[in-house]
Design a binder for this molecule. Structure first.
Ligand code: CS2
Ligand code: MG
Length: 408
């Protein structure tokens, strides 16, 4: 069996999805997702110019050797662009493997460990009142877990994932309003004074059953993060996410020394080498690495197995940062993983997106039910894809009030 062709498509409804389609001499094809926000044309070029020419002629069934070939063979390796491109190839090869075996991927991993995988939705508000309404909306919709982000009184601008004006809904799609990023202004003191009480109010209003998550989005120093993790202990969070920029992994011991609040990290990690120390030292409770940025199913499954040895559960990064192809790969891992924790899930929300990536994966009552179709169980409509092309856009950036650059 041989790979005869591979094509990359960039674009989508309100989002620059990077989709890889690998075709074989037996007519079976596989799909992969190389989407990486604010860098979309780079993995596309890396795939087209460097990886695809080498891939043609290989036997797609040898996904492990192909993974090693591109990982070790790159020499300059582990960067997000390299990894997301490799992740797309690897995911497409697993899709082919599943179709060849005529089995849904979770069967190749070891079968189902659960019927539905719990997901968390995003609730947000420009102020606490709007946030409470947003949570109520998701709870009424059947969600058992909600990530909450709230506007901070007196903060000069809206901060991460919070709408600018009361009554607004936050849109997570790339900001296409111009190539210059929007600037968010951050004030740690105001945040630290407000957020523990706000989280406590949410717990009070929604009771003990709701799983509450909160994303700090890398904005605190380790000591501040330890203070926050300790202050919110009575709220019994499901997790506190990315409390610090986690490059300085040893600094996270400070959080552990001061609190038992569960910590989730890893959405910007690209390999097992980014995750292994935090997992082995048991400094985190949930690993957030995504199948696409993490180098595909081959490497993320290794990370999941390592995590399982250290009481660390999965909490894969979710849409809309990834296309439904990466989400499908994660759905199969979620169905299997003995150490599954939760899955981030945002309704991509548009019929256009569902039409571009048809699938029968389904969400019901806050639980994700994996498709039983062979392979990933998601398809890609190339005719529709021809309607879309790359749109320049950007993430916001963050500065402190005096202008100092901070972490987005
Ligand atoms: C976020 C991400 O979902 C999350 O937890 O941290 O949405 C993140 O902001 C984006 O992936 C950045 O591209
Ligand atoms: Mg996050």
């Amino acid at each position: 069996m041989k790979i005869t062709d591979a094509e990359v498509f960039v674009g989508g409804p309100g989002k620059n999805y990077v989709t890889l389609k690998i075709t074989t001499d037996q007519g079976i094809y596989g799909l992969g997702d190389a989407t990486i926000n604010s860098r979309e044309t780079l993995p596309a070029a890396y795939l087209r110019d460097y990886l695809i020419p080498k891939l043609i002629g290989m036997d797609p069934r040898n996904s492990e050797d192909i993974w090693q070939f591109f990982y070790r063979g790159a020499y300059f390796r582990r960067g997000p662009v390299e990894t997301v491109a490799l992740g797309a190839i690897d995911t497409a090869l697993w899709d082919i493997k599943g179709k060849l075996a005529d089995l849904p991927l979770y069967q190749l991993f070891g079968g189902k460990s659960r019927e539905g995988a719990m997901v968390y939705a995003h609730a947000t508000g420009a102020d606490l009142e709007d946030l409470l309404d947003s949570i109520a909306f998701h709870v009424d919709d059947g969600y058992k877990a909600v990530r909450i982000q709230c506007g901070i009184p007196g903060m000069p601008t809206a901060s991460y994932a919070v709408p600018e004006k009361k009554g607004d809904v936050k849109h997570y799609m790339t900001d296409f309003s111009g190539i210059r990023p929007k600037v968010e202004v951050w004030d740690t003191d105001r945040y630290m004074r407000f957020i523990p009480d706000a989280l406590a109010r949410v717990r009070e209003r929604f009771g003990p059953e709701l799983h509450i998550l909160h994303d700090v989005h890398h904005r605190l120093m380790p000591r501040e993060a330890a203070e926050l993790a300790k202050a919110v202990e009575p709220v019994r969070l499901f997790w506190l996410e990315d409390p610090t920029p986690a490059e300085d992994q040893d600094a996270l011991t400070l959080i552990r020394q001061h609190s038992t609040t569960p910590i989730a990290i890893g959405e910007v990690f690209n390999s097992v080498w980014d995750c292994n120390k935090l997992i082995e030292k048991e400094l985190i409770d949930f690993i957030r690495v995504a199948v696409s940025y993490g180098g595909g199913i081959t490497s993320v499954k290794r990370i999941v197995d390592l995590a399982g040895l250290h009481h660390v559960r999965t909490g894969f990064h979710g849409a809309p940062s990834h296309s439904p192809i990466c989400m499908a790969a994660q759905a199969h891992l979620n169905a299997w993983a003995p150490n599954f924790g939760i899955q981030e899930y945002l309704v991509l929300g548009t019929p256009e997106c569902d039409a571009l990536f048809p699938s029968d994966h389904r969400m019901e009552n806050g639980m994700f039910h994996v498709s039983n179709a062979p392979g990933l169980g998601v398809d890609f409509d190339e005719t529709l894809a021809a309607r879309y092309s790359y749109q320049p856009g950007s993430h916001p950036v963050v500065r402190l009030q005096d202008g100092t650059m901070w972490n987005y």
